[in-house]
Design a protein around this ligand. Structure first.
Ligand SMILES: [Zn+2]
Length: 303
C-alpha cells in the first residue's frame, strides 16, 4: 500500500465574501485532489473508508473551557450528524464512535507498520505549526494513493481565530462554535471535499460566530450517500473499531525493530525511545465509550 496524506485546509476565510449563487453538487475527495486545493477534482479515485467501524479520539486541550466533557459531546454530535443521514431509506452504513481513551498524539500522522489513532486535535500554536493562517481547521486524510481507501484521518482545530466555544443558538461576539467547525471537518474525515453551495455544511468558508454548518444540506447528504450508501449495515464489535495495526494513544508507537527510515512519507520519523506496542485490540476492551445510541450496536448499527 502506498499511503499519502491529503491535507485539507478548510473554512479558509474569516470574513466571508459574497457567496456563489450557482448550484453545484457535492464534491468527493479523490486520489488526484490537489494538495490544499479547494476545487473539486474531476479525475482520480474517490477517497472512502472501506472499514465501516470507525473510531476517533479527542486530544485534551490545555484550556479547560469548554470542559473536556463538553468537547467530547460536541465531537460526538458532529459525527452523529453525518451518521444520522439516511440513504435510500436506510441509515448511513457507518458506525462512528469515540474512544473512551483520549488521544495524546497532538500531530497528524499515520504509521504504516505501527498502531494508530484518528485524532481530534485543538491547536493553540497554529501559526508556529505553519498551518494555513485563516483556516478554522485542517484535516489530514491518509489514503492509499491507488485505491483511494482512507486508512486514517486526523483533524486539527484552530484555537487562534477567536474563542472556541460551545455556543447555544447563537455565539457571543468573538466566539467560534466548535460544532460548526467539527461537523464540517468530519465531512472531510469521511472523504468529502468542498461544496460550492453556500448553504452546505461542506461549503469552504465560514465566519466567526457561525452555527449553520452544524446542519447538513441535501447536497451534503447526497455526497455522503454517494460515498457510503448501498452497503449493508455493519455489526461492529469493539475490535472492529481499532485502527490499522492497533490503537495507540500516543504518537509514534513503533515497535523497536521498526526504527528504520521506512516511515510513511510526510510522517514524522520514529522517536528514538519509548517505542512500544500498545495496539492490541483486546487492550481496548472496556475502554470504549459508546455513543448515546449505543444500543444500536446490538441491533447491527452503531452510531
Ligand atoms: Zn473544508
Amino acid at each position: 500500500m502506498r499511503v499519502r496524506p491529503l491535507p485539507l485546509a478548510v473554512l479558509g476565510l474569516v470574513c466571508m465574501s459574497v457567496a456563489p449563487t450557482h448550484a453545484r453538487a457535492y464534491c468527493r475527495l479523490t486520489t488526484s485532489m490537489p494538495v490544499a486545493g479547494s476545487a473539486c477534482a474531476s479525475s482520480g479515485t474517490p477517497l472512502v473508508w472501506k472499514r465501516q467501524c470507525i473510531s476517533y479520539s479527542v486530544v485534551p486541550r490545555a484550556r479547560n473551557s469548554p470542559t473536556l466533557g463538553e468537547i467530547r459531546s460536541v465531537v460526538d454530535r458532529s459525527f452523529q450528524t453525518w451518521g444520522d443521514v439516511t440513504c435510500g431509506g436506510a441509515v448511513l452504513p457507518l458506525a462512528l464512535a469515540q474512544t473512551g481513551e483520549l488521544s495524546l498524539c497532538d500531530k497528524p500522522e499515520y504509521n504504516e507498520t505501527a498502531a494508530n489513532v484518528n485524532s481530534i486535535i485543538f491547536v493553540s500554536d497554529w501559526r508556529e505549526r505553519a498551518l494555513p493562517p485563516t483556516a478554522f481547521g485542517l484535516t489530514m486524510v491518509w489514503h492509499d494513493s491507488r485505491s483511494g481507501e482512507i486508512v486514517d484521518a486526523d483533524m486539527q482545530i484552530n484555537e487562534t481565530l477567536g474563542t472556541l466555544a460551545v455556543c447555544g443558538k447563537r455565539c457571543a461576539p468573538g466566539q467560534i462554535d466548535m460544532q460548526n467547525i467539527v461537523t464540517h471537518e468530519a465531512g472531510h474525515f469521511l472523504g468529502l471535499g468542498h461544496s460550492a453551495l453556500s448553504n452546505a455544511c461542506m461549503f469552504g468558508q465560514a465566519q466567526v460566530g457561525e452555527t449553520s454548518k452544524r446542519y447538513l444540506s441535501r447536497d451534503d447528504e447526497a455526497g455522503i450517500c454517494a460515498a457510503y450508501g448501498g452497503r449493508s449495515q455493519p455489526n461492529c464489535t469493539v475490535q472492529d473499531y481499532v485502527p490499522d495495526n492497533g490503537f495507540a494513544s500516543s504518537c509514534n508507537q513503533l515497535p523497536p525493530q521498526s526504527s528504520c527510515g521506512c516511515s510513511t512519507p510526510g510522517a514524522p520519523q520514529p522517536a528514538t525511545s519509548g517505542m512500544y506496542w500498545l495496539g492490541s485490540a483486546l487492550a481496548l476492551a472496556g475502554l470504549w465509550r459508546r455513543r448515546k445510541r449505543a444500543a444500536r450496536v446490538a441491533r447491527i448499527t452503531d452510531r
